[in-house]
Design a protein around this ligand. Structure first.
Ligand code: SF4
Ligand code: SF4
Ligand code: SF4
Ligand code: FES
Length: 950
């Protein structure tokens, strides 16, 4: 395979509907108005030399290498900043132009190290290419003259280096940081010869605002900004397009390889979710895949007190199957179950639920989406008829008012966060509803119009107050509601929501948000043309998570903000395949495509295809499995890709349940927290080692492609298949495309999805069937997906959480994530990303800290009704008085020792976001942490004793 570079058209595409005809070097060209002459030329294969232009950023016109001649025009305009005009006649090559270009190149080269042969960019340097393109053969300037050749390198970033001696001050990096990433970390200091690029105020990269997205590295035409992996291993040889395995943005990447080694991940320009951008995780944090902690040999043991024993695949699988069968014989069919993960591919998740339903003979299958977005599934299904977000990401570029509720896009969904910031810089209005001051509230050139700093746990009261303003101030879009929604339900809702108890003045005492701000924000959203709502786990992970989702859906319907671009209700999914794992039927009550297991017609469809009789009663949800294990009725569990022993709430209860089980089978990359309680370990494969698909937050199904062999020998779907066969339920797939063909055959919204289609379109958004064979970017355009096609308003009474602050527990703890780390951190903690975040900290307001005599970096104990843990304090005004905040990326932090077992009324999604706590200065780790440390140490020793992993 050769390394086909993506074409660089020099300047960004324009989308004007007016087309312009011109002639370039005698060829006729047609381009949308506003297109540069450079891009128009590139579109017919004429590459005009360039240095300061690249198609990811707006042109700058500084190097003048791209000069052309235009008939009737004076001088030599730069083609990157000259727009096409009707009838224009352009010449891109002649002697005069060649002389000018050669002269320019000579100037550049005279101040550039002449070490091409040993330069790490050799073969991938535009300066080198251009010297060749303009035929530069000698440099007449004195190389001993004044130059920048001794400028000092900045190696502070763990992933890329900055060598200013090679900088040609083209400013592509500066523009990439501003336009693509929106961080504005780079500046050009000085003028003329003295001008130079630097992060912040002449700081090192790591001390600056830089978030290490890598956009500048990608934009740099020289070796000035360069990936350290390329410096170390040399230029890649071939590339494979695949999809990021981290967050729900689902960025498309070219994995650039040398043999079976990933040299770098380069965001793919054609990626529909990311358009060539990425964040620090997807671009740089792939080293975990080959980390020394990977376990690549299957292992078994009788008891968790025994050392692990390395065994063959055959032995591990047959032991696992015999244990599961033994347990079913002793304790009943329902005594075992399976858990899949939103980190798995669609095909893997589909197979796990099939194994459980058809092979185990029960419906005890659940997924980690239970603990994040299950309320989204429930709330949107009830109101709109489909459990998914309504838009694609690009839709935000048409939004006029953006409302962000309980989400932190710049940390949690960084590439989408950058797109949103771009729209905000263009002038869209912003309402942030969050207890904490997330970055979006104020970032360069972006300031929220309203930041409604509510008390954690009062979302429903606030959303009701906003809806109250919409209804009582006559801001309802009556045409939309009359035409598109069930009117009787709407009338009932209007009466309910107009009640004075929902007025902002009445709810102010509950939410803590000034009534005037609520009124103003509501008016802005309802009247600002296109209003788009984006929300995250700050909405769902509450005892009323489903109610808030329904409240958001009501609000969007009442204001007519659905069914077109620029509007909608958009859940931001945390992990890469949260949408997909839900779509694939990994919940105990639903088959793929959200069809209830009790529905005879659906069940018959699956029974006929799978050749087995299926259970019609829903199975156990994750928390029910733990309860049943504690009660002694649930004894065996197959967990693929999920770390329940770290990520689930009230962790001491989870650990107890795991200890009670007789056979816990963990299929994963590392000896994660759950594996410390396991009896069988099956080595899983990373996203680089398998084929499959992920579905992102826009319902976009994107390809995951194998770029190296699975280190443990099998792709994950193959392992599930082996286990199923050993259990006596035959599966015979030879490739994940066959699994997708089965999904399409059995799931109406996937009916036209196939690997061929994904290969030809790049990706496809479901629903994708006969009616929409190329997929559906915007949902509910003409009618809602509910039977009858009408949207349903539902009542959303606010009920305060049981988790109340008291004198003993006067503060509210809420949790979230940070850009550089991902979820339980099993992957990102095994990369250089720890340079940004090496421990979880407790953010506390200066007043609360002062009251308790706490200063920055102090060890503080955080105690709730469930347990106690200890973290270091970070004094911060991002949190309001009375609220403390932490991330949950490190197991030893034990954030889930303190979270309670309260959960959403409809879906059991845990209430991670509200825990009443007390905080006090302490001098040592908590009892739980000490026990955890000892247990963890013991388990690592048992691993060492019994195995010799790679
Ligand atoms: S890595 Fe990203 S944030 Fe950092 S300077 Fe480059 S473009 Fe800006
Ligand atoms: S660092 Fe690279 S992109 Fe930035 S100005 Fe220098 S040469 Fe251009
Ligand atoms: S983590 Fe998310 S935003 Fe970052 S590269 Fe991966 S998919 Fe994109
Ligand atoms: S590429 Fe046009 S001026 Fe530099």
């Amino acid at each position: 395979m050769s390394m086909n570079k993506e074409q660089d058209f020099g300047t960004p595409a324009r989308t004007a509907s007016t087309l312009v005809n011109l002639e370039i070097d005698g060829f006729q060209v047609t381009a949308p108005a506003g297109t540069s002459v450079m891009r128009a030329a590139a579109s017919i294969g004429i590459d005009i030399p360039k240095l300061c232009a690249t198609d990811s950023v707006e042109p700058f016109g500084s190097c003048r290498l791209c000069v052309v001649q235009i008939e009737g025009a004076r001088g030599m305009p730069a083609s990157c900043i000259t727009p096409v005009a009707e009838g224009m006649k352009v010449v891109t090559q002649n002697k005069k132009l060649a002389d000018v270009r050669r002269g320019i190149m000579e100037l550049y080269i005279s101040d550039h190290p002449l070490d091409c042969l040993t330069c790490s960019a050799n073969g991938d340097c535009e300066l080198q290419d251009m010297a060749g393109a303009v035929g530069l053969r000698e440099v007449r300037y004195n190389p001993q003259g004044e130059n920048h050749l001794n400028a000092v390198k900045d190696e502070s970033n763990p992933y890329f280096s900055f060598d200013p001696s090679k900088c040609i001050v083209c400013s592509r990096c500066v523009r990439a940081c501003e336009e693509t990433q929106g961080t504005f970390a780079l500046t050009i200091d000085g003028r003329g010869f003295d001008s130079k690029v630097s992060p912040g105020q002449n700081e090192a990269f790591m001390d600056s605002e830089c978030v290490s997205c890598g956009a500048c590295v990608q934009a740099c035409p020289t070796a000035t900004l360069m990936e350290k992996s390329v410096i170390e291993h040399g230029q890649p040889e071939h590339a494979v397009v695949t999809t990021c395995a981290y967050c729900g943005v689902g960025c498309s990447f070219r994995a650039e390889m040398k043999g079976d080694q990933v040299i770098r991940m380069v965001p793919h320009k054609d990626g529909k979710a990311n358009h060539g951008h990425s964040c620090v995780k997807g671009r740089f944090a792939f080293g975990y895949a080959t980390h020394k902690d990977r376990i690549t040999q299957p292992m078994i043991r009788k008891s968790i007190k025994d050392p692990w024993q390395e065994v063959s695949w055959e032995e591990a699988i047959s032991y696992a199957a015999s244990e599961l069968k033994r347990i079913q014989a002793n304790y009943g069919i329902g005594a075992i179950g399976g858990i899949t993960s939103s980190r798995c591919t669609n095909e893997e998740t589909y197979l796990v639920q099939k194994l459980v339903r058809a092979g185990f003979g029960n419906n005890n299958v659940d997924t980690c989406a239970r603990v994040c977005h299950s309320p989204t599934g429930y709330g949107l299904k009830q109101t709109f008829g489909e459990s998914s977000g309504t838009q694609n990401f690009d839709s935000v570029m048409k939004a006029d008012v953006i409302m962000v509720i309980g989400a932190n896009p710049t940390d949690g969904h960084p590439v989408f966060g950058s797109l949103m910031k771009k729209r905000l810089r263009q002038g869209a209005k912003l309402v942030v509803i969050d207890p904490r001051g997330i970055d979006l509230v104020k970032t360069p050139h972006v300031k929220a119009d309203y930041h409604l700093k509510l008390r954690p746990g009062t979302n429903v009261a606030l959303i009701n107050a906003i809806a109250h303003v919409v209804v009582t101030e006559n801001l309802v879009d009556q045409d939309f509601v009359q035409e598109r929604c069930e009117t009787a339900a709407f009338e009932k809702w209007t009466t309910f929501i107009a009640d004075p108890r929902h007025a902002p003045e009445a709810t102010e005492a509950v939410t803590g948000v000034p009534a005037a701000d609520v009124r103003a924000a509501a008016r802005l959203y309802a009247t600002g043309a296109n209003g788009a709502i984006y929300y995250g786990l700050g909405v769902t992970e509450h005892s009323q998570g489903s109610t808030t989702v329904i409240g958001i859906a009501n609000l969007a319907m009442a204001t007519g903000n659905l069914g077109r671009e620029g509007v909608g209700v958009n859940p931001l999914r945390g992990q890469n395949n949260v949408q997909g794992s839900c779509d694939m039927g990994s919940f105990p009550h639903e088959f793929p495509g959200y069809r209830h297991v009790s529905d005879t017609e659906t069940r018959t469809l699956f029974e006929n295809d799978w050749n087995v009789i299926l259970e019609s009663e829903p199975g156990l949800r994750i928390p029910n499995m733990f309860d049943a294990a504690s009660d002694g009725t649930f004894k065996g569990l197959y967990v693929e890709g999920e770390d329940i022993a770290q990520s689930d709430p009230d962790i001491q209860h989870v650990h107890h349940a795991l200890r009670e089980m007789e056979c816990v089978i963990v299929q994963d990359l590392f000896l994660n927290e759950t594996a410390k309680f396991a009896h069988v370990f099956l080595p899983g494969s990373s996203f680089l080692e398998k084929n499959g698909t992920f579905t992102n937050a826009e319902r976009r199904i994107s390809p995951v492609r194998k770029v190296m062999k699975p280190l443990g020998g099998y792709e994950d779907w193959e392992i599930t298949q082996l286990l199923s066969n050993a259990m006596g339920y035959p599966m015979n797939y030879s490739h994940p495309s066959e699994i997708m063909a089965e999904i399409a055959r059995l799931t109406p919204s996937f009916a036209s999805v196939s690997y061929e289609k994904i290969d030809s379109l790049g990706s496809v958004q479901w629903p994708c069937n006969d009616e929409t064979p190329d997929g559906t970017p915007t949902m509910h355009e003409q009618s809602f997906m509910r039977p009858g096609g009408k949207g349903l308003f539902m009542l959303t009474e606010y009920v305060a959480t049981q988790e109340r602050t008291t004198r003993m527990f006067p503060l509210i703890l809420t949790t979230g994530r940070i850009l550089s780390q991902y979820n339980v951190g099993a992957q990102t903690r095994r990369t250089e990303n720890v340079a940004w975040h090496s421990e979880d900290r407790l953010e506390i307001h200066p007043h609360d800290a002062e009251d308790r005599g706490i200063v920055n970096d102090d060890w503080v104990g955080i105690k709730s009704r469930s347990g106690e843990t200890v973290l270091r304090a970070l004094i911060s005004e991002r949190v309001q008085p009375g609220v403390v905040y932490t991330t949950f990326h490190f197991p030893e932090s034990g954030a889930n020792v303190i979270t309670t077992d309260n959960s959403d009324w409809a879906t059991n999604c845990p209430e991670y976001k509200v825990t009443a706590v007390q905080v006090a200065k302490v001098s040592q780790s908590s009892e739980w942490q000490q026990k955890y440390e000892a247990f963890s140490q013991q388990q690592l020793e048992l691993l060492e004793q019994g195995s010799h992993h790679a």
